[in-house]
Design a protein around this ligand. Structure first.
Ligand SMILES: NC(=O)c1ccc[n+]([C@@H]2O[C@H](COP(=O)([O-])OP(=O)(O)OC[C@H]3O[C@@H](n4cnc5c(N)ncnc54)[C@H](O)[C@@H]3O)[C@@H](O)[C@H]2O)c1
Length: 255
């Protein structure tokens, strides 16, 4: 799958899944605007990889996301793909969550996606082409203890994705979401290392027996960005080694 001549924005491209998607898109021939609130992180990525340019942006601020999309149009004349990748959880039981924590998770995870989708639509609808990709989570499919605000925000991302697809089904613009399972990004690896038994013990508890890799999410993003996905619209695609397919309440003993 190739993205030659395509212009793509990836938010949260300074680390983890976003960085892997930016690299994958550039390797497929796209020009990528790698956006992140940490200038040093996207600056290093842009310095290392041909086809990637850095853009500093706080995606919780609508005005900065609008400016990011305008920068793509001013620099490249168009926008073909946007990956709204920033999201963040604050772990803890909901009864203990402060107003500020709730607002922070919603701002980083759901409002940031809304700002990216809206800004992209304003360019892509007149173009009558474009692919919008939202990075959701398995936490948006069901209840996860300690992740209620994050799960609510990711469920919102899923419905935002479907609703915008239905609103614009004949427009030439497609919008889809990817719901990753547990992926070995720096923060999750650091957390798993702190547990008894470290990373191997934690991986043994995961249904597929291992973390997913950021490049396995990037592969799904490349498909959704490409013309190969021309009839895929309004989909929320799990990329999780079957984790979201399981109904944990029913345990069937091994034969
Ligand atoms: N890692 C996982 O296991 C996993 C699982 C499911 C879903 N996800 C989702 O994937 C996405 C990426 O997660 P990750 O693990 O790669 O994260 P990460 O922490 O490795 O990277 C996130 C990046 O976003 C940037 N960022 C944070 N706040 C920002 C802001 N306000 N504006 C712009 N950039 C900002 C950070 O600087 C960082 O570079 C998130 O939406 C997350 O919810 C991750």
């Amino acid at each position: 799958m190739r993205l030659d001549g395509r212009i793509a924005i990836v938010t949260g491209a300074g680390s983890g899944i976003g960085a892997a998607i930016a690299r994958r898109f550039a390797a497929a021939g796209a020009q990528v605007l790698a956006a992140d609130v940490r200038s040093e992180a996207v600056g290093a990525l842009a310095a290392e990889v041909d086809g990637i340019a850095a853009h500093v942006c706080d995606v919780t601020r609508a005005v900065e996301v609008d400016a990011l999309v305008v920068a793509s149009v001013e620099r490249f004349g168009k926008l073909d793909v946007i990956v709204n990748n920033v999201g963040q959880s604050i772990a803890g039981w909901l009864k203990d969550a402060s107003d500020e924590e709730w607002q922070q998770v919603l701002a980083l995870t759901l409002s940031s996606t809304f700002f990216g989708v809206r800004a992209a639509l304003r360019v892509m609808l007149p173009q009558r082409s474009g692919s919008i990709i939202n990075i959701s989570s398995g936490a948006g499919f069901g209840g996860s203890p300690g992740l209620a605000s994050y799960g609510a925000a990711k469920a919102g991302v899923n419905n935002l994705t479907r609703s915008v697809a239905v609103e614009n089904a004949r427009s030439g613009v497609r919008i889809n979401a990817i719901a990753p399972g547990a992926i070995e990004t720096p923060a999750i690896l650091a957390w798993a290392r702190s547990l008894p038994g470290g990373v191997p013990a934690y991986e043994a508890t995961l249904l597929p027996g291992r973390f997913g890799r950021p490049d396995e999410i990037a592969a799904a993003a490349l498909f959704l960005a490409s013309d190969e996905a021309s009839f895929v619209n309004g989909a929320v695609i799990p990329v999780d080694g079957a984790a979201s397919a399981r109904m944990a309440a029913i345990e069937v003993p091994k034969p």
